[in-house]
Design a protein around this ligand. Structure first.
Ligand code: COA
Length: 257
């Protein structure tokens, strides 16, 4: 248990908030464990969307440096360290995860964005992965995912040079979806979360899974999609969507999932 992570559920949206503002939300082992638990249980709960948020001005200053020195995690090295449990839970989360970044996103604070489904940031946000500057190296798939998003040359600026990207740069390079005004930032993110929470949950999870399935032969993908599409066509969710269309009303997916 830690007070440095606050988990709240409202209208099927789970908010996981890093809450250690005095340390700029540097993430401790206890915080990773709490966040992992909240993500793991989201798969079984009625939660439809997860929002990952920080403190005003500090999304996260990255891994706690003291923790790094006291208990250096060895990812994939046997006993699963809390940071690995957290990142596995994030990567494996079946529900869409939205990152709400206001301020610093350093180290894993930026790495984790690569595993969120959507990411929004205020204009004052700053993104950097100073691993090499700290004599460390890229982590959790970032050396593969980031070049895929921004290209190898630009990824090198962030992952090797440790450059700092402001929010506009991060949006232009597609690290995040877009910037949102600081006033009412979280309200705006919650509106997006509410939109997703109002969609058919089976269809949302199917889309997330497909989007995150690695590239394959195109006909294999078409068949994979076709199976899921056919399943959805037979689903009660689709029955509700089609009936609502005929009755000229908005669909109501609240009874599903
Ligand atoms: N681990 C542990 N403590 C951290 C931390 C981290 N990653 N980042 C910040 N803190 C602590 C500071 O030590 C300081 O604690 P103190 O008040 O007890 O001295 C407090 O948070 C505030 O940080 P401070 O440096 O005074 O704030 P700032 O606004 O001037 O700078 C940062 C913020 C994030 C730019 C700066 O703290 C920093 O570079 N931190 C290290 C970030 C990092 O390299 N993370 C990647 C790890 S792989």
């Amino acid at each position: 248990m830690t007070d440095n992570v606050l988990v709240t559920d409202e209208n099927r949206v789970r908010t996981i908030r890093m809450n250690r503002p005095e340390k700029k939300n540097a993430i401790t082992r206890a915080m990773y464990s709490a966040m992992a638990e909240a993500l793991e249980t989201a798969n079984a709960d009625v939660v439809r969307v997860v929002v990952l948020a920080g403190a005003p001005g500090a999304f996260s200053a990255g891994n706690d440096m003291m923790d790094f020195m006291e208990a250096p995690p060895h990812i994939g090295g046997g006993d699963m360290p809390p940071v690995e449990r957290f990142m596995r839970a994030l990567v494996g989360c079946e529900k869409p995860v939205i990152a709400a970044v206001d301020g610093l996103a350093v180290g894993i604070g930026t790495t984790l964005l690569l595993h969120c489904d959507l990411a929004y940031a205020t204009k004052r946000s700053m993104f950097t992965t100073p691993f090499v500057n700290l004599a460390l190296a890229p982590e959790f798939g970032s050396s593969q995912i980031l070049p895929g998003i921004v290209g190898r040359v630009v990824a090198t600026e962030l992952l090797l040079l440790g450059e700092k990207w402001d929010a506009e740069t991060a949006a232009a390079k597609l690290l995040i979806n877009k910037t949102l005004p600081e006033d009412d930032f979280e309200t705006a993110v919650m509106e997006i979360a509410a939109r997703i929470a109002g969609l058919a949950p089976g269809a949302v999870q199917a889309a997330k899974k497909l989007i995150n399935t690695p590239a394959e032969d195109l006909f294999a993908r078409i068949e994979r999609e076709g199976e899921i599409f056919a399943g959805q066509l037979r689903s009660d969710e689709f029955k509700e969507a089609a009936t609502a269309f005929m009755e000229r009303r908005a669909p109501d997916f609240s009874r599903f999932g």
